[in-house]
Design a protein around this ligand. Structure first.
Ligand code: ADP
Length: 481
């Protein structure tokens, strides 16, 4: 018997699976210790799994949307009943504080509940006809067998955001989780099967080497749709590979989110919004504020208040009481952040707080505020993925918009302002898929999540998220007169 909550969660949620002697090691980013060894799948096995999913999809699609929805609601209830255990798995494999992991589980579960309901509303339409004796209509049908590839920073929510709409639409789906975080995904799969999802219809396939699996997904004609969340370079590879069979793709890729504070803003609210936007998951989210653009007249006040607010955030392993900033995911993530900060300081930026690794050692990094950042610095252009707030200044609205849009990315942008005209102008001018106005968090299952430009294609969540897994079929009926 053990009293370690992570081991208990593994026993309860993954018990029968081979997570002790598989060949994919999973480590705890807080300590580097290996916490599980998951069974990894080979390409031949995956091909067979795709075959099983493709056979099973017809019977799944033939059920009513209501029946599928009822199974999804059971899955939602099971996920929420196991919220704490799932959160322990998330923290153990991805490092985020347990309080954040708890929120992630309920956020992830919300997609299941949402699409259980939304699946029943996949309406077609009748269109006023263009000719006498003819009728024009559309129906929506499941796209077929789908594949998905997910990242490590939201090991629950990125899975449910793809799997729930696919299942609700009547598709089957094979999902490759990130190598760092297979445990949460496997636990979700187990709960889905317990809820009544046929096991061939939803399959998690951890692997050791992702590249050949991406290639397989794109070259197997049974896969009709690939949904990917991850980096822009990998998204581009997959998009190229998907050209072979014209496989449909949804891509949720990198961002370079500006966080703009105008001189009419409520500065205290902007500081709170910055904490939510920048320091969640130690800055490791694709919608994280990446560049702070502060109007000259309020720059010092904002910088001082932000620094005071961040000073003292508790840097600690995610399971430690009161932890607010967990470790970065791995050595590579840590050295990327260090290098960006060091080169910004060498080029003239000033660390008002942090600017170095944490005394906790390992992959922990101090929450950092960098003032005097300029647009030519790497830190103003690269996706930082760490708890670092680089601050730049601007003179007026036009300049803020120009700097904000001067990037190939277009995922999320945030701004704080109170003048109503400015709010509209800036919202319309920002070339981003999601805009947070006087708020630092935009994500919700009810709203469309996705980017423009090189941040991706398609939307997840909301009613639009279901369409990504459906084909629109047009039928013309003649001979009616
Ligand atoms: P990150 O830098 O956040 O790990 P990646 O884009 O490398 O972002 O990883 C996101 C997901 O993409 C992970 O599941 C990873 O295994 C997968 N992945 C990485 N490289 C490839 C590839 N060449 N083809 C398909 N999937 C890939």
């Amino acid at each position: 018997m053990t009293d370690d909550p992570v081991e208990i969660a593994m026993q309860n949620l993954l018990g029968a699976l081979d997570v002790a002697s598989g060949d994919l090691p999973v480590d705890d980013p807080s300590t580097g210790e290996i916490i599980a060894r998951v069974r990894a799948y080979g390409l031949d096995e995956i091909s067979q799994i795709i075959g099983g999913a493709d056979d099973a999809r017809h019977a799944w699609a033939a059920r009513t949307a209501k029946e599928r929805g009822a199974i999804l609601i059971k899955w939602f209830n099971l996920v929420m009943a196991h919220q704490s255990e799932l959160a322990h798995l998330v923290t153990a494999e991805c490092g985020k504080p347990l309080t954040e992991a708890m929120v992630e589980v309920s956020y992830g579960a919300a997609f299941i509940e949402w699409f259980a309901e939304e699946g029943k509303r996949a309406y077609g339409e009748t269109i006023p006809s263009f000719a006498v004796g003819k009728r024009v209509l559309t129906i929506k049908q499941p796209v077929g067998t789908c594949a998905a590839i997910t990242p490590w920073n939201f090991p629950i929510a990125m899975v449910t955001r793809k799997v729930a709409p696919a299942l609700a639409a009547g598709c089957s789906i094979v999902l490759k989780p990130a190598e760092a975080t297979p445990l949460s995904a496997l636990a979700l799969e187990k709960l889905a099967i317990e809820a009544g999802v046929p096991k061939e219809v939803f399959k998690i396939i951890p692997v050791i080497d992702p590249a050949p699996v991406g290639e397989l997904f794109c070259s197997d004609e049974r896969i009709r749709k690939l949904s990917f969340t991850g980096s822009t370079p990998v998204g581009k590879i997959l998009m190229r590979q998907a050209a072979k069979n014209v496989t449909k793709v949804s891509l949720e890729l990198g961002g370079n989110a500006p966080f703009i504070v105008f001189d009419d803003a409520d500065i205290d609210a902007a500081v709170e919004g910055s904490i939510a936007s920048k320091f969640r998951n130690a800055g490791q989210t694709c919608v994280c504020a990446n560049r702070f653009l502060i109007q000259e007249g309020v720059a010092e006040e904002f910088t001082e208040k932000l620094t005071a607010r961040i000073d003292g955030l508790k840097v600690a392993p995610g399971l430690e009481q009161g932890a607010e900033i967990g470790p970065l995911i791995n050595d590579a993530g840590h050295s990327k952040v260090s290098t960006l900060v060091e080169s910004a300081i060498a080029a003239g930026a000033v660390a008002r707080l942090g600017g170095r690794s944490s005394d906790r050692g390992g992959n922990f990094y101090e929450p950092t505020v960098l003032a005097g950042v300029t647009r030519d610095m790497d830190i103003a252009n690269a996706e930082i993925f760490g708890p670092v707030a680089p601050i730049m200044t601007f003179a007026d609205e036009k300049e803020a918009i120009r700097i904000a849009n001067d990037t190939p990315f277009g995922l999320a942008a945030y701004f704080y302002a109170r003048d109503l005209g400015r709010v509209w102008r800036v919202m319309e001018a920002l070339e981003y898929g999601m805009i947070g106005i006087n708020d630092g968090i935009v994500s919700s299952e009810v709203a469309p999540f996705g980017g423009i430009k090189q941040s991706g294609l398609g939307r997840e969540g909301s009613k639009h998220g279901l369409d990504e897994y459906m084909e629109l079929k047009y039928a013309l009926i003649g001979g009616i007169s």
